[in-house]
Design a protein around this ligand. Sequence first.
Ligand code: ATP
Ligand code: MG
Length: 190
Amino acid sequence: MSDPTEIPTDHANPARRRAESVVIVNTGDGKGKSTAAFGVVVRAVARGWRVAVVQFIKSGNWNVGEEAVCRDRLGVDWWALGEGFTWDSTDLTRDQAVAQAAWAHAAAVVGAGEHRLVVLDEITYPMNWGWIDTDAVVAAIAARPAAVNLVCTGRDAPGALVDVADTVTEMRKLKHAYDTGVLAKKGIDY
Ligand code: ATP
Ligand code: MG
């Protein structure tokens, strides 16, 4: 009998194997990168895993909804460390320092191996802006404890991050309501 919990079911293929953990990257300019990551959080919590979320960008109160429910009701360890840096900030030195502190914390969380799933939400932005060292991030991902699964989100994932990942999905925008003037909606966008 095949194990119905195992997907895909191509048992004949000898190359199939169980990986102890995987690295997922959700990138692209379409909507759904962070919400897909939070979908995985729900799955991980459902299996009794310890889960951590580190957010590298926080725009005002946009994320309070999922932060509160994940932290208070699902027991997820959640750090919104991008708080204080904004899209239009001119205070680059401070923003860079905040991003580096956020990465130092994230690297410690990943390296500690206490969480079986770690989400690095919006991590591509500080990488692309040169605020944190992409090579250092990729090296830490490659050297992570074997049981730590990762989900990284953000537009324009650097090639080295794509290379180290097992699963990479590009959300491509066909349409976005924002383009016709529709404002971000509570319950849908945050
Ligand atoms: P979501 O959090 O909805 O999954 P995302 O993580 O894919 O979105 P981000 O770039 O992190 O996208 O954008 C955060 C906010 O911007 C969300 O409120 C999201 O709905 C919105 N958004 C996402 N893609 C677009 C787009 N192409 N144009 C305008 N707004 C967008
Ligand atoms: Mg996002």
